[in-house]
Design a protein around this ligand. Structure first.
Ligand code: 5GP
Ligand code: MN
Ligand code: MN
Length: 331
């Protein structure tokens, strides 16, 4: 599919029952911003909306009490599910409600190049740097009312997925969208001040994580590992780990940064790349997905077991990039 914005807007307007807005597990700024901005706009228009989401601590500044719903265990009658910012080829990544048990219509709005387009309908536009930007177009197409409380969370999504407008995914259109959100009152400086703060445990955990630091392939690959014992020792949480990968990527000469989250029986990889290297290719080789410059994977094996395959996937990708080939998938 990849229906146009008008068609999706018409589908959502035509549906009279409740709308259930869902995003990926462990929501980031784009997942939260897309759900919250869309929920506020729809509710202001008088629509019944469920927005079930567990918000990580670092994003709670954005949410007013009672705005987000508890996770749903059963579906309200006559619901339509809107899945935002999820590669929905992997329903296991959808949080908020049990999508596998849902027989009703599903609209998917997403910008992942690895999306396999398995929903009933939707918009999948990998040229957009954030799902929030597509939501802004849907809000316009539906004629929903704009306000600061709608614009700010959408700007949060755009801001976080573009690394504060620094990534190569940023286009002239991105600034046109940001400009419109600012014109609707979105609070950019406030967002960046809130997002720029870290709890003390972020720093004490970082001290331990940096002791695992590896520079490989002449510094082109930077890798570090974190496990639950480190979290216990420092009182930190997995949320504190979220932005470490961008610290690794900031190393001079780094083409690929890999943050290994070692959960014991399974490992989560969080990767960032630059300079012709595709984090997405490495992620796909490890059974995951994402975008060319930012990708991840969940590998159901202990670290010691999967590490040789990871090293092999990294070596293959570095060789491919050196040969000057284009990344194999769209961003
Ligand atoms: P992060 O490193 O910030 O967790 O994720 C970066 C990107 O990789 C995101 O676009 C996210 O969708 C994707 N990603 C992260 N973890 C996984 C995963 O376990 N499976 C898949 N398919 N994608 C992932
Ligand atoms: Mn996301
Ligand atoms: Mn996104």
């Amino acid at each position: 599919y990849t229906a146009d914005v008008q068609t999706v807007a018409a589908t959502l307007l035509a549906h009279t029952g409740p709308l259930v807005l869902l995003a990926h597990e462990n929501p980031d700024g784009d997942a939260l911003g897309s759900v919250l901005g869309f929920a506020r706009a729809l509710r202001a228009h008088g629509r019944e909306v469920y927005a079930p989401m567990a918000v990580p601590r670092y994003l709670r500044f954005m949410v007013a009490p009672g705005e987000l719903n508890d996770l749903l265990t059963a579906w309200p009658p006559d619901a339509l599910a809107v899945v935002l910012d999820v590669d929905n080829n992997d329903p296991a990544r959808v949080a908020g409600a049990p999508l596998a048990d849902f027989a009703g219509p599903v609209v998917n709005i997403d910008h992942h190049g690895t999306n396999r387009r398995t929903a009933t309908a939707g918009i999948v536009d990998p040229s957009r740097p954030a799902t929030a930007m597509i939501v802004a177009d849907v809000i316009d197409a539906m004629g929903l009312p704009w306000s600061e409380p709608v614009a700010t969370p959408l700007l949060l999504g755009l801001n976080t997925d573009t690394g504060s407008f620094r990534f190569s995914s940023v286009t002239p259109e991105t600034f046109i969208c940001a400009s419109r959100l600012l014109a609707h009152g979105a609070r950019l400086a406030w967002l960046n001040d809130e997002l720029g703060q870290h709890p003390q445990t972020y720093y004490t955990l970082l001290r331990e994580v940096l002791s695992t630091l590896e520079f490989r392939h002449d510094g082109r690959v930077v890798l570090a590992r974190v496990d639950s014992a480190m979290l216990e020792r420092t009182g930190a949480t997995w949320e504190d780990v979220e932005s470490y990968v961008s610290l690794l990527r900031a190393a001079e000469g780094a083409r690929l940064a890999v943050m290994v989250k070692d959960f014991g029986p399974q490992v989560k990889l969080s990767m960032r790349s630059r300079g012709g290297v595709s984090a997405q290719n490495v992620a796909v080789a490890m059974g995951g997905g994402g975008h060319v410059p930012a990708a991840g994977a969940t590998v159901p094996e202990p670290y010691a077991v999967m590490r040789p395959r990871l090293d092999e996937a990294i070596r293959t990708e570095l060789e491919r990039a050196e040969a000057g080939a284009e990344p194999s998938r769209p961003a």
